[in-house]
Design a binder for this molecule. Sequence first.
Ligand code: PLP
Length: 440
Amino acid sequence: MIFDEAQQEIAKRIDNNKNISNWRNWKWQLKHAIKSLDQFETITGINFKGKERKDLEKTFDRFPLSITPYYLSLIDPENFRNDPVFKQAFGGIEELITQPSELSDPLAEDHDSPVEGITHRYPDRVLFHVSNICSMYCRHCTRKRKVGDVDFVPTKDQLRKGIEYIRKTPQVRDVLLSGGDPFMLPDEKIDWLLSEISSIEHVEVIRIGTRMPVVLPYRITDELISILKKYQPVWINTHFNHPREITTSSKEALARLADGGFPLGNQSVLLADVNDCPRIMKSLLHKLVRNRVRPYYLYQCDLSEGLSHFRTPIGKGIEIMESLVGHTSGFARPTYVIDAPGGGGKIPVMPNYIISWSTNRVVLRNYEGVITTYKEPDSYEAKFCDRDCESCNLDLELGEGNESDAIGIEMLLQDENDTISLVPENNERLQRRDDNAGQD
Ligand SMILES: *Cc1c(COP(=O)(O)O)cnc(C)c1O
């Protein structure tokens, strides 16, 4: 086994020269996660002084620190203030700044929660928070409000509430396990949880969101893979933000998962001074696809408290997307999304490619700036759809229960629905109409 010098040095300082072979033991890594400023200073040799040190203490009182020795070993101590790993793992005193637009729960996850642990926001899928802890506390965590809630690992009884909700809600076909990090649970609990969820007939896929391949790749053991394999289809999404995070160890973890047959995706967060650069982003995406990971989302940084220093204008994300579309493989390109504050869900945003439109022509531009026209068909016979597939010549054989009502904008596009507008609640103009009608 080859260890680099930084790893050897850190292991030595943690374990007093004991066995470096523990380095790849994920439980050893967890046990020795760096949780205090003192520990951080002793192990890295980086020291803070005076007011900065006091403010850092305050920061970690409010938002706790936890860094795995592995992830710590990726920090460059010579240039730590510009280091993308340092910025994600250690953070700084800017976290104590709260801006008026920031919220502790910007996505209203706690509001859309029918039972403890479940966020049910979209029609056919739920988010299931199965652990409240992580091996590394990302400084940019959108759920910062929950981080470090005294090592809260739900008991089986607590998890059963979420499982029961899924069981009695037949429209849920996709269950997304998140947290915290679901892989913080012990193997046998993961096994139990997956067997419970996958035994529910209407659940078609299970997804797991984990940052372990990035911050603790040794968690991806052969035993874990053999457990997960029993419950296919299991999709796994991870969270790399910077090309520096793709190391020999993380590549091994990804290879294990890909060889296990799990489709892999990646969700990055756009972070100021970490990855807000088209070249860094492209390098990350290329490294991901080389390791069989499909970039899935690029998130605009949420309005959670203490994240103002990480936020970029949305224009930065658009600029990055502009540098990707056409310039690199379509499958290397994530969808850039803004998670709507207040709980509206993820909204995709893109540069504009449609320049103009007439009744039979669309004018488009490509990534090079070439402007082109697409001539639309002279005759297209619209099919009237009354959502009665049995009398339709498209031959879609839907099983019972597969039909659902159209909602939102989709509904406005539908033939059999008479709705012509969606109006915000308490619209004054319409209220006035009602009032006037009352006077007649
Ligand atoms: C992101 C998210 C999902 C999954 O959304 P996809 O677009 O299907 O990946 C589900 N529920 C909640 C609450 C989410 O935030």
